[in-house]
Design a protein around this ligand. Structure first.
Ligand SMILES: CC1(C)CN=C(N2CCN(c3ncnc4sc(CC(F)F)cc34)CC2)S1
Length: 513
């Protein structure tokens, strides 16, 4: 590991976004590995100054200048912190105790213990800005992701080039060994769960578990580890304010990584970039929708379509833009991913995501379009009022409740959640879901329920057309297969409506009760 080289030092002092981008470009282009510890200290130091400790020099009165503020990151601050990390790790891990040149589980556990034991006894683990080595070295605090990243950075300091970060949508661990075939927990997850640090992630644990993405995590190389550091930049100053300067820096660094091809296998980073582009579009760059589509394609191409968040990034965007039909479509697609998992107690994050969609956002859409519906029906006494043609968004809204596609997206959404629950150790649905479902489905025009076709999966017309399997040209076999598939899909669609009826029935019982 090349450590803190002179060519890195000549970038200092860092005092603009451009100077930080130049340093990152140099690190990522260079033949040596990018220095994970150095980059994390730099990002953490900038983030701290722009969010946590926004103390401005006394003589600067922000109301008068439009000058963006940017901290001056000087070499000796960064070098001191870097050397402290190096001596913490090299001083506590005696490599002679471990077989030379071979990374073992015990060695990784030792590295995790060294970082773990330097953390404060008790602090609020979910606080913001605890994800970098700057937080570890100046505050002895790390969040779950920060601990995993720090262990990988420490292994890099020790010359263990086979230890890499593995990322799911809500957890992080490491892979190591010849072809990264070994796995090890190095951090905790969630609240009140005993940490499993040092243990491998067996297929038994990972299978059908969303937390481990059923064996389809983002397995990083050094470039992707840098991408996770950049994607993890947290711009929030407080609940209602973000640092514009930090957002600009994160956006520029993500475009640098994008242009170098390092986001090709990282759906969440593409999603984060899409969110940043919605706030402040960069001319000549892909639109948020294109970026969210890229994230979806990446998840389908590299991760066997086992990631939920690419669809919820897109759906949340459509919801914000009041393109409610598209939002329902992508929520249905998200549910078609989660149905391939079994729910368990460590999956609360994605449960909360679907709960908010089903019991908050979808009912909001129904309420919005219902009121739009009544507004768009002119009252006789207002006849004098010129009835303006409904605006596009109003058109979008008022026809939702008359659109069989929207109704089928909703049934697909609920069917996915029901299938997620089937075979799970922990129930998903409770009566609150049924009440919202009844409210939502009952607002649709009864005619819709008659002429709505429940398409078998992968047979919807339009862009969702799955490539017909033209390999197998044995028509005989095709017909049988098609017959079987049709029966299977009929059963599934019956389940959807039977589930819906059951839920409706249940809630009616509850209403009477
Ligand atoms: C569609 C959403 C609800 C919006 N933001 C979402 N995020 C999901 C989590 N985010 C992430 N963004 C980049 N990389 C990672 S790795 C990881 C798991 C952690 F334990 F390491 C989380 C995450 C960023 C924000 S999902």
């Amino acid at each position: 590991m090349a450590g803190f080289r002179d060519r890195d030092k000549q970038h200092f002092p860092l005092q603009s976004i451009e100077s930080v981008v130049r340093l990152f470009r140099d690190q990522l282009h260079c033949t040596d590995e990018p220095n994970l510890a150095l980059l994390s200290i730099i990002i953490g130091s900038i983030e701290h100054t722009l969010t946590v400790n926004r103390a401005l020099p006394q003589n600067v009165d922000l109301s008068k200048t439009l000058e963006p503020i940017f901290p001056i990151i000087d070499l000796q601050t960064v070098e001191a912190l870097y050397c402290r990390f190096e001596s913490l790790i090299r001083g506590s891990v005696d490599l002679t105790q471990f077989p030379a040149g071979k990374t073992t589980r015990q060695l990784i556990k030792r590295v995790s213990d060294v970082v773990w034991n330097s953390l404060s006894r008790s602090y609020y683990k979910d606080k913001a800005h605890l994800q970098t080595l700057y937080s570890l070295l100046t505050g002895n605090k790390l969040d779950c992701f920060g601990l995993a990243y720090s262990v990988v950075a420490a292994c890099q300091v020790l010359g263990l080039t086979d230890v890499h970060l593995a990322l799911s949508e809500d957890h992080a661990w490491v892979v190591f060994g010849e072809n990264g075939e070994e796995t090890a927990e190095v951090t905790w997850h969630g609240k009140g769960n005993e940490d499993k640090r040092g243990q491998s992630i067996s297929m038994g644990v990972a299978e059908k578990s969303w937390l481990y993405l059923n064996g389809h995590p983002v397995v990083c190389d050094r470039k992707l580890e840098v991408a996770s550091l950049v994607s993890g930049i947290n711009c929030s100053i407080n609940a209602s304010t973000d640092s514009v300067e930090l957002g600009d820096l994160q956006q520029e660094l993500l475009w640098l990584l994008y242009d170098m091809g390092f986001l090709k296998r990282y759906p969440m980073a593409l999603g984060n970039l899409g969110d940043l582009e919605e706030i402040q579009p960069t001319s000549g760059r892909p639109t948020p929708i294109e970026l969210f589509k890229e994230a979806i394609d990446t998840a389908r191409t590299y991760y066997d379509n086992h990631h939920v968040y690419p669809y919820t990034y897109m759906a949340a965007y459509m919801y914000r833009k009041k393109h409610y039909k598209e939002a329902l479509k992508y929520w249905a697609d998200a549910a078609s991913v989660i149905k391939r998992f079994n729910y368990n107690r460590e999956d609360e994050e994605i449960y909360k995501e679907f709960l908010e969609i089903a019991n908050d956002m979808i009912p909001n859409i129904v309420r919005a379009v219902t009121s739009a519906e009544t507004q768009s029906k002119p009252r006789l006494e207002d006849a004098a009022v010129v009835i303006a043609a409904p605006s596009v968004s109003q058109y979008n809204q008022t026809h939702i409740l008359h659109d069989p596609d929207c109704y089928s997206y909703l049934l697909q959404f609920y069917d996915g959640i029901c299938q997620w629950e089937e075979g799970s150790s922990t129930p998903v649905l409770h009566v609150g879901w049924a009440q919202q479902l009844v409210y939502t489905l009952s607002r649709f025009d009864p005619k819709v329920r008659e002429n709505m076709e429940v398409h078998a999966e992968g047979e919807r017309d339009g862009e969702d057309e799955e490539e017909e399997d033209d390999e197998d040209d044995d028509d005989e076999e095709d017909d049988e297969e098609a017959e079987e598939k049709a029966v299977g899909d009929k059963v599934k669609s019956e389940r959807v409506s039977s589930v819906a009826k059951e839920l409706v029935g249940e809630s009616k019982v509850l209403k009477r009760g």
